[in-house]
Design a protein around this ligand. Structure first.
Ligand SMILES: Cc1cc2nc3c(=O)[nH]c(=O)nc-3n(C[C@H](O)[C@H](O)[C@H](O)COP(=O)(O)OP(=O)(O)OC[C@H]3O[C@@H](n4cnc5c(N)ncnc54)[C@H](O)[C@@H]3O)c2cc1C
Length: 512
């Protein structure tokens, strides 16, 4: 769906209030008019003087720069398209501060952008907001091998930082499929969860401090390198998961664990979701402190990866469900013994139907690719409707079955090229009760969307789940926040937004 397809409801102080859980079909977007101004060539001139270097400004105001702007205006899913005419690529926190202050003084709207791998349209302008990219702010500021505390610029790429830490026997406490492109600032701003949250916990716990430029241009330096600091409100938490709505993160300090010396990966085939739950319960019992990931993939997700990536599956025969288990520890012999005992137990008790254990690093990577490769493979046909949700574990997969049933009954799903939906796929971080319900389609289609929304959100609300486990809300879930947050919580969020961003310049029109 292009942004032009969305019906826009502009909320002014006098408009009647819509109840997002009742009155809003998904394609209506509630936008509060912020009163921000249009960009002129005088503004662009200011930024050019400020940032000096040619490569720091992509100027589509005074000339046609559409080819250069394309990558910034379009999201990873190719679902959202913005119309920015100006991308600014500052090199320092001071430059970010001057940009933001000027924008605030001149009522110019800004969208912070990191690696642009977000999956909810948060990093894409809705109209022609200025994009402030962190791509050139990519220095590691310090790393203390004794405490494991890293301080780095927000624009550092996750994988680059992890490789830096690997050379110092440490690991970044977050790992995800987009690690080759996403930035630390984007990770913190989306409170990304990823593949090893089960082991290392959420960024709300690991981030020790942030450096942020708030909408009036002030630099808030809270780059604490302390694990303990009980001195009043823990305000850095406001920026973790804020999706760029109250400031631009320019630096992050984060606690990084020791890199495990022994990593094992097993890939299992199972006959039901019930058995996957048993396998998880037993994994916690047998592997406890060395369990670092427990991922679920349904049969169709693996069939589609096989079709698109054209590679040989790890197991002979087909299974309705697959799980990937990773252990990370400090003693290979000890971990091998534990994992072997676990595998013996689940096989002999008929919990799993088949399984394979990686024998070396190449096989570890290869087994992981069957899980990490899913998002990219599903993108192969044209588009994907993505729902990243938290559901109590016993009912986690039921949502996939119910959605498949619904789309089948509506006659929208099948191999016939004229039908929009390729399949309904479920996978995710089972160890965190986090399901990725994905609907790969041949094209984004209004009829499909009407079947999916608000159905999916109502289903989740009935089970007290969350409509966003880790990807955030961005613009995609703006109309649906009411399914997971009370009116009071929404009002408190709006109060915070108004307090720090009274002019509404910072990532406007998104979820808040
Ligand atoms: C293949 C694939 C796999 C993924 N797997 C996972 C996963 O397992 N878990 C998970 O949580 N996510 C996952 N994601 C989603 C995405 O990668 C994460 O949300 C990531 O953290 C976004 O980082 P980014 O730098 O690309 O941010 P962007 O996409 O550039 O931005 C995301 C949001 O953060 C804001 N933002 C960016 N930088 C800053 C900053 N410096 N200051 C303030 N606001 C900022 C933007 O305005 C936007 O609202 C996946 C994405 C892909 C494509």
């Amino acid at each position: 769906m292009d942004i032009e397809d969305i019906q826009i409801y502009v909320e002014t102080p006098d408009s009647p209030r819509l109840d997002p859980t009742k009155q809003m079909p998904s394609w209506i977007l509630l936008i509060t008019f912020m009163g921000t101004r249009k960009l002129s060539s005088n503004h662009v001139q200011y930024f050019k003087q400020l940032l000096g270097s040619e490569s720091a400004v992509i100027d589509g105001v005074s000339k046609d720069a559409s080819a250069d702007l394309e990558a910034f205006n379009c999201d990873w899913l190719r679902k959202y398209r913005g119309h920015t005419k100006l991308v600014l690529r500052p090199k320092s926190t001071e430059e970010v501060s001057k940009i933001v202050k000027y924008c605030n003084d001149n009522m110019l709207a800004v969208v912070p952008q990191g690696g642009n791998t977000g999956l909810v349209g948060g990093s894409i302008p809705v109209f022609d907001e200025i994009i402030v990219s962190t791509a050139r702010m990519n220095s590691i500021r310090s790393f203390d091998e004794m405490s494991g505390i890293l301080v780095a610029d927000a624009g550092c790429i996750l994988e680059v930082v992890d490789q830096y830490l690997a050379g110092r026997s440490h690991i970044f406490p977050l790992d995800l499929g987009a690690k080759g492109s996403c930035h630390l600032g984007g990770n913190v701003s989306t409170n990304a969860g990823g593949l090893r949250l089960l082991r290392y916990g959420s960024l709300h716990g690991n981030v020790l401090g942030v450096e942020v430029v708030v909408p009036d241009g002030t630099i808030v330096d809270e780059l604490s390198t302390l694990r303990k600091n009980n001195t009043g409100y823990d305000l850095k938490q406001l920026f973790i998961g804020a999706e760029g709505t109250i400031g631009i993160i320019t630096g992050v300090s984060i606690l990084c664990p020791q890199r495990p010396q022994a990593v094992n990966v097993a890939y299992l085939g199972l006959e039901s979701f019930g058995k996957a739950q048993l396998a998880f319960r037993e994994a916690k019992r047998h592997l406890s402190e060395i369990l670092s990931a427990f991922e679920l993939m349904d049969g169709i997700s693996q069939e589609l990866v096989e079709r698109v990536a054209k590679k040989k599956p790890p197991l002979e025969g087909k299974h309705p469900f697959y799980c990937l288990i990773e252990t990370s520890g400090s003693n290979k012999e000890h971990d091998d013994e534990k994992l072997e005992k676990y595998l013996e137990f689940v096989l002999s008790n008929d919990i799993i139907s088949d399984g394979v254990l990686a024998q070396d690093e190449t096989q570890v990577q290869s087994l992981w690719s069957w899980r990490e490769g899913i998002p990219e493979c599903l993108n192969h046909w044209g588009g994907v409707y993505k729902y990243d949700v938290s559901i109590p574990l016993p009912e986690l997969y039921q949502l996939v079955d119910d959605t498949r049933e619904r789309l089948s009954s509506a006659g929208l799903i099948g191999d016939d090229e004229s039908l929009p939906v390729v399949g309904v796929v479920g996978y995710g971080h089972m160890g965190d009760s986090n399901l990725h319900l994905n609907v790969p389609t041949r094209r984004f289609d209004r009829d499909v969307e009407k079947e999916l929304e608000p159905f999916v959100y109502e289903w989740i609300q009935k089970r007290n789940g969350s409509i966003s486990a880790e990807h955030g809300l961005g613009i995609a879930k703006k109309p649906f926040i009411g399914y997971s947050r009370s009116r009071k919580m929404l009002d408190m969020m709006k109060d915070i937004k108004k307090l720090y961003d009274p002019n509404g310049i910072m990532n406007p029109y998104k979820y808040i």
